[in-house]
Design a protein. Sequence first.
Length: 276
Amino acid sequence: MKASTAYLMLVIAALLWSLGGLFIKLVELNPIIIAGIRSLGAAIVFLFYIKKPKWYWGKYFIAGIISYSLMVILYVAAIRLTTAANAIFLQFTAPLWVIIFGYLILKETVTKFDILAILFIFLGMGLFFVDELSFYGFWGNIIALISGVCFALVTVLIRKEKNFAYEIVLFGNAITALICFPFILEGFGNSSYIDLLIIFALGIFQLGIPYLLYTKALKYVKAIDAILTGMIEPVLNPLWVFLFLGEVMGEWAFIGGSMVLIGSLGRAYFKQRVKE
């Protein structure tokens, strides 16, 4: 596969991820139930794709599964314990951790251009959330930060365990669904079947399929390339909410979001042109 195809898959994955905010706003469900049902849908996607999943007791394989499950559950917990803006911003510190883990585990290095792109993107993220970031929810902020560390580990370990990459995401989602199962049962009788179907569909199309694309692309691009391209997701999320629900972005959010898009997509385009 060409690197350009892998980058296209990453962009499509980020576009699909970004639909989550729009559809989650349409339902009234406990976030833990949402996380569990989404993970169940995603696990089914991977099970259909792999057909005969493999298991082995490799340390990176097990660490990848645990990191994935923690990433999902801790992010949901962070949303409950701090502001949504804080949770999203701190989870997307993941590129900083990818630099560290990518070097320690994969021996992948970053260039000065990568550092400049990261700084530009983080400045854009800061401006995007400037009106919403707060010091509220100390422990929620810490949990969101740990979720970002887990996101970075998932990215690096999927690349490390290329032969078992799909299984990492499959079992990570399965464990998440299992952990959330008691909450799903508890809320099942009190929830709208339409809401449950929406979230299950979200698990397939907004979590399962994009993570399938993300996992496949990681076999052909460096971890830092994958995660920086994925940075377009948090700024596209409110764009769909604005277009379909009429929630207006502030001026700083528009400027910051534009910077993130330019930084992420521009860097991917530039790197691809250099390779050609």
